[in-house]
Design a protein. Sequence first.
Lengths: 206, 206
Amino acid sequence: MARKTKDEAERTYHALLNAATALFIKQGIAKTTLNDIATAAGMTRGAVYWHFDNKDAVIRALWDRNAGTLHARFNQELLNLDPENPEQHFRQAIKSIVQNIVSEPELGEAIHIVMHCVEFTDEQTELQRYLRDKRSELHNALEKALTVLQKRKALHTSLSPALLAQGMICYLYGLIHNHLEPGKAVLDLRKNGDALLDLFMDSLFV
Amino acid sequence: MARKTKDEAERTYHALLNAATALFIKQGIAKTTLNDIATAAGMTRGAVYWHFDNKDAVIRALWDRNAGTLHARFNQELLNLDPENPEQHFRQAIKSIVQNIVSEPELGEAIHIVMHCVEFTDEQTELQRYLRDKRSELHNALEKALTVLQKRKALHTSLSPALLAQGMICYLYGLIHNHLEPGKAVLDLRKNGDALLDLFMDSLFV
DNA sequence: TATTATACATTCAACAATGTATGTAAATGG
DNA sequence: CCATTTACATACATTGTTGAATGTATAATA
């Protein structure tokens, strides 16, 4: 076939990722073949194998594209809490994570796929290790932020920052997981996210 | 092949479920073939197809066997809180859910598989609908329990019981999900479960 | 004890999915 | 304007997996 412009190639790259996203959400990763992705994007499997090594690489690429920058941004934000008012900054940072997810569809879709469609097994694949590292980055940032708050005597509980970070991560994970659930969204995080997060964080701070 | 005793047949049934459980956790559902399960149990695929319709039926059966009764029990317990001291009963019921999961390996394995290995997609399979119904049973029970507590003026927050139930479910889900994560268990729920649950529930009650 | 249902094993047909190899025409760089 | 690389499409070989059909020896049953 005829060679495409760099621009055109990039457009098919994104078309492939978009098609993959939609198919993964609709019918799952296991049931989605590389041919499904290609034809849904108006291409053939040759295009998929040109841009990606295999199905896992597609998943990783779509995570990078749709969640990578935001992930890094939150990471940085938690590591650099405003010294003037770290507690308010922390609360706002946590809330904005949720608000970003509910307001940016592509970000929500990427997290949806990672939470509801990727299998996490004992024999870890490269993809699983990659995603695990991403989450542990966030966890470390959270723990450091809570440690800063503890040193500022801002924490109201006797539990360790490490443990509080675990609880916080679990709560966040559960809220987002529930909100992104397929079918009727049983939990409207856009409306109730702040209230539910404050409910938890009120138990952390003085 | 020779026909087996009813007793022997039931033993192979359980052997198949045990083999399936171990394989699903180790290498995932998608990568585990029915032949894998059979040979791991010392049988052939014929045995699997005799006891189960397909792979999804295996998953459903192992959930029923390992989590079914406990699920029903907690359901009932939440719907019949001790009128003498409903708050303490509620707190204890929630804690015992977690304690059961961390102390009963087979229960933990079943939930592990459902949480980490089953894909949840828009086009729901029969298995997905089954699991979704189970969770909504638990959700309804939780919401009713919290409604009872609200009528008793035991709730400390202005948020609705429905919303609190959502938050509670999400927190529980996150904690259990994290605890059952493959690889090094980053969160030791056996040691810290009660403290983390009290942290949250303290924000609910007076 | 004769019959029937059971608990599998074995075999087969069908196809689906992957990875790779090869073809190709146009874009790009010098 | 020529050589080379790019961005795919096409074709192929291989392999895996499912579902169903069939076989069969024995346990259960009456």
